[in-house]
Design a protein. Structure first.
Length: 168
């Protein structure tokens, strides 16, 4: 199979973490706004626990929704896609298991990433146990045909002589 390099996957994870921080920041705003209206000292520890659980669930929803479709924005940028071991899109159970195992991986200082160096298929442990695989996205670009697409795309396609992909 066409496994992306470890460096590419780690770069994708770095980019993914930046996107996820932004998502979690926006998701936390309503929670913080509501809890600021409570009297000071009322359930401070409980509020912090609720916030962490809330953010954990929001991050899980973000990751699993995109993984079910095969790619997050970072994965699309780095040309990586997620599939089940049989090549089909992963199931809901597989992506949630992958998310929980990836969180455990982070808690264990990235042991699943280190294990990828020792495995023949170079897959992370969370993918191995969830029954998923990361692949290089090798789907060719197909510009829209006929009436689809913008005027600029159609002109670009018509002006290409060597069959290369448009820069749009």
């Amino acid at each position: 199979m066409n496994t992306p390099s470890l460096l590419r996957r780690l770069a994708c994870n770095l980019y993914e973490s930046l996107l996820l921080i932004a998502v979690l920041f926006v998701a936390a705003l309503p929670f913080v706004a509501i809890t600021l209206r409570l009297p000071p000292g009322v359930g401070l520890v409980l509020r912090q626990i609720y916030l962490w659980v809330y953010l954990f669930v929001v991050a899980g929803i973000y990751c699993t929704l995109f993984w079910r479709r095969g790619q997050t924005l970072a994965m699309k940028t780095w040309g990586i896609r997620l599939v089940a071991e049989n090549g089909e899109p992963p199931s809901r159970a597989q992506v949630w298991l992958r998310y929980l195992l990836a969180c455990l991986n982070l808690a264990l200082l990235g042991i699943g990433w280190w294990a990828a160096l020792l495995r023949d298929d170079r897959q992370f442990l969370q993918d191995r146990f969830a029954g998923t695989r990361l692949l290089k996205n090798s789907a060719p670009f197909h510009p829209p045909q006929g009436d689809e697409g913008s005027q600029a795309e159609n002109e670009c396609r018509d002006n290409r002589r060597d069959g290369s992909r448009p820069i749009l």
